[in-house]
Design a protein around this ligand. Structure first.
Ligand SMILES: NC(=O)c1ccc[n+]([C@@H]2O[C@H](COP(=O)([O-])OP(=O)(O)OC[C@H]3O[C@@H](n4cnc5c(N)ncnc54)[C@H](OP(=O)(O)O)[C@@H]3O)[C@@H](O)[C@H]2O)c1
Length: 257
C-alpha cells in the first residue's frame, strides 16, 4: 500500500451505492482505511468526497472495475500489499422478475458470474492474506433469497443460496483460525437494487417499496458494524433481517393504518 499505516484496511465491493456505500461511511467512522470497488468511477468519487468531508483523516483508495474482471485481483494486491483486515463482499445484483421460461439467459449469466464467481474469487484472493496475518473478518452479502426461493427470482435466489452454502463451508474451514466468516441476509432494503432489477424502470422499482417502510443501507451497515465490533472470540454467523412490514420474501403488508 502506498500509505503504510497501522490502521485496519477494509475492502468493500459494490461501494458506489446502497449497502456498500453505507458501510464505507460506517467503517470510516471507525478510522478504517478503505479500498472501494465498483464500476462507476464518478459515483465512487462522490462517495470518497462525502466521506472525506465528514471524516477528513480517512484514507480512501478507489478501484473502478467490474468484479468479474480478472485484472482486479492484481489491482487490489498492489494497493493493499496483501493485507486486508475486513472484506465486505457486497457487489451483487438481481436482473429481471420474470418466470424462468420468459427470463433472459444473459441476465442469468451476469447474476451467476457477479453474485457467485466474483464473490467467491474475492474470498479466494484475501483469505490467504488474512490467514498469513493471523486475523481477518469477512462478511458476505447473502439475502433472505438465500433461504427462501420465490416466483420470478429463480436464478437470483439460486445465486444467494450458493453464497449461503459457500459461507457455511468457509465458516467450518476457518473456525479456530481467527478469521471470522459471517453473513448478513436482508429482506427489502431500499437502494438501487430494484432499479437495477427492473432495468431502470422507476415506476416498477418504486412499487416495490410503496406503502411500507423498507430497511435502508444504513440499517444494514449498522448491523454489519455490530458483527465486526464483537470481541474476537465472538462470531455472529449470520443476521437475517427484514422490515417490520415484511414476513418473508413473499409476504409484505402495505398501507398499514
Ligand atoms: N436491496 C435489497 O433489497 C437487498 C436485499 C438482500 C441482499 N441484497 C444484496 O446486497 C448487495 C448490495 O446491494 P444493494 O442493495 O446495495 O444494491 P445497489 O444499490 O444496486 O448496489 C450494488 C452495488 O454493487 C455494485 N456492482 C454491481 N455489479 C457489479 C460488478 N459487476 N462489478 C463491480 N461492482 C458491481 C454496484 O456498483 P456499480 O454499478 O457502480 O458497479 C453497486 O455499488 C447485493 O449483493 C444484493 O444482492 C440487497
Amino acid at each position: 500500500m502506498n500509505s503504510v499505516n497501522n490502521k485496519k484496511i477494509a475492502l468493500i465491493t459494490g461501494a458506489s451505492s446502497g449497502i456498500g456505500k453505507a458501510m464505507a461511511f460506517s467503517l470510516a467512522a471507525q478510522s478504517v482505511t478503505l479500498i472501494l470497488v465498483a464500476r462507476r468511477l464518478e459515483r465512487l468519487q462522490e462517495v470518497q468526497n462525502e466521506i472525506s468531508e465528514k471524516y477528513p483523516l480517512t484514507e480512501i483508495f478507489l478501484i473502478s472495475s467490474d468484479v468479474n474482471d480478472p485484472e482486479l485481483a492484481a489491482k487490489i494486491e498492489n494497493i493493499s500489499n496483501k493485507k486486508i483486515d475486513i472484506l465486505i463482499n457486497n457487489a451483487g445484483l438481481a436482473l429481471g422478475k420474470d418466470f424462468v421460461e420468459k427470463s433472459h439467459f444473459s441476465d442469468w449469466e451476469l447474476m451467476i458470474s457477479t453474485n457467485i464467481s466474483a464473490n467467491f474469487r474475492m474470498v479466494h484472493l484475501v483469505l490467504p492474506w488474512m490467514l498469513h496475518h493471523g486475523q481477518g473478518d469477512i462478511i458476505n452479502l447473502c439475502s433472505v433469497a438465500g433461504h427462501h426461493s420465490y416466483q420470478g427470482g429463480a436464478v437470483y435466489c439460486a445465486t444467494k443460496h450458493a453464497v449461503h452454502a459457500f459461507t457455511q463451508a468457509l465458516r467450518e474451514e476457518t473456525c479456530g483460525r481467527n478469521v471470522r466468516v459471517m453473513q448478513i441476509s436482508p429482506g427489502m432494503v431500499e437502494t438501487e437494487f430494484s432499479l437495477t432489477r427492473f432495468k431502470g424502470d422507476k415506476t416498477s422499482s418504486d412499487n416495490v417499496y410503496s406503502g411500507m417502510t423498507p430497511l435502508s443501507g444504513e440499517d444494514i451497515a449498522r448491523m454489519m458494524q455490530f458483527m465486526l465490533d464483537q470481541p474476537r472470540h465472538v462470531v455472529i454467523d449470520e443476521i437475517i433481517t427484514m422490515p417490520m412490514a415484511q414476513g418473508s420474501p413473499t409476504t409484505v403488508v402495505r398501507n398499514l393504518k
